[in-house]
Design a protein around this ligand. Sequence first.
Ligand code: CA
Length: 226
Amino acid sequence: MRILVVEDEHKIANSIKKGLEQESYAVDVAFTGDDGYGLASTEDYDLIILDVLLPGINGIEIAKKLRGQQIHTPILMLTAKGQLEDKVTGLDAGADDYLTKPFAFEELLARIRALTRRPKDSLGIIIAVSDLTLNTATYQVKRDNKIIPLSSKEYALLEYLMRHPKQTLTKEQIINHVWDYDADVLPNTVEVYIGYLRNKIDKPFSEKPTLIQTIRGFGYKIGRVE
Ligand code: CA
């Protein structure tokens, strides 16, 4: 999943980026309101972490403008302690939730999981495709009850596929949601990582249905062949 962090305090922004990358998220950072708005309105993010007080256009205005343009990416607003007004204004402007600074990183992760949960993922924590399960809280992936160790990028790619079961995803969509803006990614990189996943998800379970499908000329999808 790809997240945009809009926060002018470099230290906070960089520590959020570093922490989220360790949790397999792809993260872009904008240090000004204008840069943040520019990225949020042109790139395809799964979530935006938006500070309220920013130089230039502030977080509230950014949220309003994005919603006005029918961009419905979930927004988690960062507010300063005691600024109740910011919370109310932020939610009114279209933010989905807020977090008061300073916050515990675990709480940020829990909010992100809640905001990126799709309505149909009943409990939201475990995503299943056939006998393959992925736990978004513990990052544990299992098939046929066997734990499958994955690298951070393999996990991010698998999570993106599993959140869109039976949908064909193009390499471009995959790159946009699994890698950050600065990453040097070629379409071939996606093929390479799909190969790694196949070696772990499908190859060792040859008696089971193949789950990762190549749709020639279009991209990839996950799910057993109907
Ligand atoms: Ca700020």
